[in-house]
Structures are given as structure tokens and as C-alpha cells.
Design a protein around this ligand. Structure first.
Ligand code: RP5
Length: 154
């Protein structure tokens, strides 16, 4: 993520990865405040064993696109909700990549962070049957939580 301030959003991705037993690291890498850190991370991520990158950033959100420019690993971008423009700026900054450098862009905020983790897990599950099974179980659990009728107490 681009900043400590993004963690309130991006922790929802980390929480899902934790639940699914997907090993992961959470790092703060700012495209504009720590460009050398971004370069070092993105250039070495594949060799370091990372298989998917989730990049969350807000405002002028260069992080996912710049990361994707420097690695062939799949990059999922999470637009963090900004104060000024409610994350519309983040969304448009991340989603409008030119052809050739893809960033799989999720929804703004918490839902996007959670779904980025689920999507990353789904990619990894293609070559990990145990993870595929845990992902199926998680989805079944989600389905089981949906009541057939509304409750006044909920
Ligand atoms: C972006 O600017 C970050 O991703 C964050 O969402 C936003 C604000 O950053 P801070 O000023 O809180 O560090 O780079």
C-alpha cells in the first residue's frame, strides 16, 4: 500500500488472506515518496517468490500501475477511498492503464480490498488444491450466513 493511512482499507485484504491460509506480506511502498523502494520491490518480487501483488493506493494512485510496469506478476489494484473525491480519483488512476500493462482493478475501498484477496487466492488456487478447497469452504460459509428472510433484530 502507498501509505500507513491505506492500512485501514488494505487490512481487509490481509484478513482474508490470513483466514484462507495464504502466506503474505503487507508493506508500505509509496510510488512518489519512496520510488526507490518501489523499484527495488517490483523488480525483485518474482525472484523473491511472490506470485501475486495487491497494490492499494489513493488519490493520484500510481502504485499499482508503476508496480505492473516493473513485473510480469499479476497485479491487482485497490482504489483507496480518498477524502477529496471519495476514491473516484483513485479508481480512475488505477483502472485506466494503457494496453500492454494490465492492472486488475477492484472496487473502491473495503470491498475492493477483500475481493482483491479473494481473487489472488483464486489465482493461487489454480495450482494449489488445498487452497482451492479452503476457498470453496469460505464461499460456502458465506452462502450459509445469508438468511432466507429478513430479521428485525439484525
Ligand atoms: C497515496 O496518497 C496513498 O496511497 C494514500 O492513499 C494517499 C495519502 O497518503 P498519505 O498522505 O496519508 O501518506 O499515495
Amino acid at each position: 500500500m502507498g501509505s500507513q493511512s491505506d492500512w485501514a482499507t488494505m487490512r481487509h485484504a490481509a484478513d482474508i488472506l490470513e483466514i484462507l491460509g495464504v502466506s503474505h506480506e503487507a508493506r508500505i511502498i509509496s510510488a512518489h515518496r519512496t520510488p526507490d523502494r518501489l523499484y527495488d520491490f517490483a523488480k525483485s518480487a518474482k525472484a523473491a517468490g511472490f506470485r501475486v501483488i495487491i497494490a492499494g493506493a489513493g488519490g493520484a494512485a500510481h502504485l499499482p500501475g508503476m508496480t505492473a510496469a516493473m513485473t510480469v506478476l499479476p497485479v491487482f489494484g485497490v482504489p483507496v477511498e480518498s477524502k477529496a473525491l471519495s476514491g473516484q480519483d483513485s479508481l480512475l488512476s488505477i483502472v485506466q492503464m494503457p494496453a500492454g500493462i494490465p492492472v486488475g482493478t477492484l472496487a473502491i475501498g473495503k470491498a475492493g480490498a477483500a475481493n482483491a484477496a479473494l481473487l489472488a487466492a483464486a489465482v493461487l488456487a489454480l495450482s494449489d488444491e488445498a487452497l482451492a478447497s479452503r476457498l470453496e469452504d469460505w464461499r460456502s460459509g458465506q452462502t450459509a450466513k445469508v438468511a432466507e428472510t429478513p430479521s428485525d433484530d439484525a
